[in-house]
Design a protein around this ligand. Structure first.
Ligand code: HEC
Length: 131
């Protein structure tokens, strides 16, 4: 009788040690990606954030617009006022940043193509997140 219980327990432990092993493996992978991949993403984002803060935030602080209050960088405003936003959001932002519009200056001589792409992707991402 005790032997039976022992065998059952043994089988149970074997099955579970595999589960525990898989669980630890999963944790290790999660931790690995957190430690090694996250800073890369964070560095990318903070680079775009820096471009935004030094070139755009003076008028668009927090995704707003200090000159024309309704023309913010929030999703609803972009959908409403920015031409072709529904068609290709990032390209539409890139176009506006390159060429400017009204009181907004053009940035194509101030920022290079890659910086404009990065800041446009940043604006898009923030608009999706709700700033
Ligand atoms: C001098 C102030 C100023 C700066 C600096 C500025 N903007 Fe603007 N931005 C504006 C104004 C004003 C508008 C509205 C233009 C219009 O439609 O008449 C605008 C509109 C926009 C729009 C369209 C939003 C909408 O709701 O119509 C986007 C996208 C945008 N800006 C992105 C940027 C980015 C990215 C930067 C930095 C690279 C930037 N802006 C820098 C003033 C500025």
């Amino acid at each position: 009788m005790t032997g039976d219980v022992f065998h059952l327990l043994e089988a149970y432990c074997k099955e579970n040690s595999l589960k525990i092993f898989l669980f630890i493996l999963f944790l290790a992978i999660a931790l690995f990606s957190f430690i090694f991949i996250d800073p890369v993403l964070a560095a990318e984002t903070s680079k775009a954030a820096k471009i935004f803060n030094s070139n755009c935030a003076s008028c668009h602080i927090g995704g707003g617009n200090i000159l024309i209050s309704e023309k913010t960088l929030k999703k609803e405003a972009l959908q409403k006022y920015l031409e072709n936003y529904e068609l290709n959001s990032i390209a539409a932002i890139v176009h506006q940043v390159q060429n400017g519009k009204g009181a907004m200056p053009a940035f194509k001589s101030k920022l290079n193509e890659q910086e404009i792409n990065e800041v446009a992707a940043y604006v898009f991402q923030k608009a999706e997140q709700g700033w």
